[in-house]
Design a protein around this ligand. Structure first.
Ligand code: GDP
Ligand code: IMO
Ligand code: MG
Length: 437
């Protein structure tokens, strides 16, 4: 099947993935590409995501709604792999509607997607409290417990919202079950009837959006429609390949796109990896390049301030460090990344020189991949190559050639190290602040 441009439809499709620890700038890249697509599809994660889009100086942070939502021509799909918090989704829709762009008529939620309910958030908090110093540092959005229910085959799916009385009685028995778990964790019980009253109005609204999105996507594929798949989190937070257990609870790479949308690998098209020009991480877990402690902490604080590195969902300060190419290389290999969008290069302006981590040293040996045991990763020391910096701002640069020499050297070094072309370079948060080629 061909699109009306004569290209096989799948070659016009795009997957956008974060290749680090999340917050790479996926929202900006999705927004940029959404004008050339028919459907934007979220496939995993939930309201733990915070994707920022800046258009005409106005900032919008999206959590569950796909970041193509600001383009009125794009249909937005919340796929089966997403865990959907009805309260968060309705709040997000209302916020957009308040600013004149109600997305409801262009939005569908998969009938197979699992719900995140107040009891999942209570369990998330109770699990974290019980772990004490070993806590993951989750977003407390109920993500882990909702996916745990899914895998344990005790979850509640959005399709159940089509029969609200049956859903309500299922929810009631589910809440009673969760209260048993909360009691075992020494946490207060959820008020069962209060929780039902709290979520039912939102559930009623979400019921109107529920659809068999897998079938809709199959029909759209047959009609030659173009898809843009929006990854959430980042590959180093993947449940299988991330820094387990300091990860999120879904597959954040191409595997999650396939399982979480209902389309096959043949529909993926170009895989675009988003890479921030330095590294950040929110929450706990090993982070070899982190700039912290007496020797480096001031530089970490400096990057956080210049890059405004505070969580888009929780407002927590992000841990900062130099670019870790071991992590990005690993993420490229795992996902067959075709091209890279490099973001926030502008934030590095003014650094006299830029260390880039090209390998780790572990127990005297040099390694170029991420060890699976976090105890090993915690002991790994970054091996840096030093690159020259640059001093003139990048804000006005619209071509690669107009970048200062140091910035061009940085980009070309990354391309050589990763063997992946950099097709976009972010020079600021705004939609137009990008160099494309
Ligand atoms: P996401 O979760 O991957 O969508 O990323 P976040 O929205 O959580 O964080 C990225 C932050 O960087 C947001 O505040 C964006 O507005 C901002 N941003 C994205 N690209 C650029 C860029 O090239 N330069 C600058 N200065 N900011 C950017
Ligand atoms: P976007 O899509 C950055 C992190 C949390 C925590 C771990 C587990 O905006 O890039 P969870 O609530 O998922 O159980 O938390 O994962 N985390 C993110 N970090 N960006 C995100 O999303 C994240 N979503 C989850 O901080 O360390
Ligand atoms: Mg984010």
């Amino acid at each position: 099947m061909s699109s009306n441009t004569g290209h096989p439809a799948s070659t016009l499709n795009k997957v956008v993935l974060g290749l680090q620890w999340g917050d790479e700038g996926k929202g900006k890249v999705i927004d940029l590409l959404a004008g050339q697509t028919d459907m934007v599809v979220r496939c995993q994660g939930g309201a733990n995501a915070g994707h920022t889009v800046v258009v005409g100086g106005k900032k919008t942070v999206l959590h569950l709604l796909p970041s193509g939502v600001l383009h009125s021509g794009a249909r937005c799909i919340i796929g089966n792999g997403v865990v959907v918090d009805p309260l968060a989704l309705c709040a997000e829709i209302d916020e957009l509607a308040l600013h004149g762009s109600d997305p409801t008529s262009r939005l569908a939620v998969s009938d197979r997607a699992h719900l995140v309910l107040p009891c999942h958030k209570a369990l998330d908090a109770a699990n974290e409290t019980r772990k004490g110093d070993a806590k993951v540092g989750t977003t407390l959005r109920g993500i882990g417990p909702a996916y745990a229910d899914k895998v344990a085959r005790t979850g509640i799916r959005c399709g159940e919202l089509r029969d609200l009385p049956a859903f309500t009685s299922h929810l009631r028995s589910h809440l009673i079950g969760v209260n048993g778990l909360l009691a075992a964790l020494g946490a207060p019980a959820v008020d069962v009837e209060g929780a039902i009253d709290q979520v039912l109005p939102a559930c009623r609204r979400v019921a109107g959006l529920v659809a068999d999105t897998a079938s809709e996507l199959h029909q759209a594929a047959a009609a030659g429609k173009r898809f843009l798949f929006e990854g959430a989190q980042g590959v180093l937070l993947d449940i299988d390949y991330g820094t387990y257990p300091f990860v999120t609870s879904s597959n954040t790479g191409v595997g999650g796109v396939i399982c979480g949308s209902g389309l096959s690998h043949k529909q993926l098209g170009e895989v675009i990896g988003v890479v921030k020009a330095y590294s950040t991480r929110v929450g706990a877990g090993p982070f070899p390049v982190e700039l912290t402690g007496a020797a480096h902490g001031a530089k970490g604080d400096d990057i956080r301030r210049r890059g405004a590195e505070f969580g888009a969902t929780t407002g927590r300060p992000r841990r900062c460090g130099w670019l870790d190419l071991v992590a990005v290389r690993f993420a490229c290999r795992l996902n067959g990344v075709d091209s890279i969008a490099l973001t926030k290069l502008d934030i590095l302006t003014g650094e006299p020189e830029l260390p880039v981590c090209v390998a780790y040293e572990l127990d005297g040996a040099r390694i170029d991949t991420i060890p699976s045991r976090i105890e090993d990763l915690a002991r790994a020391k970054p091996v840096y190559e030093m690159l020259p910096g640059w001093s003139s701002p990048l804000g006005a640069c619209r071509t690669r050639e107009s970048l200062p020499t140091g910035a061009r050297t940085y980009v070309e070094f990354l391309e050589r190290q990763l063997s992946v072309p950099i097709r976009w370079i972010g020079t600021g948060p705004g939609r137009e602040e990008i160099i494309e080629r």
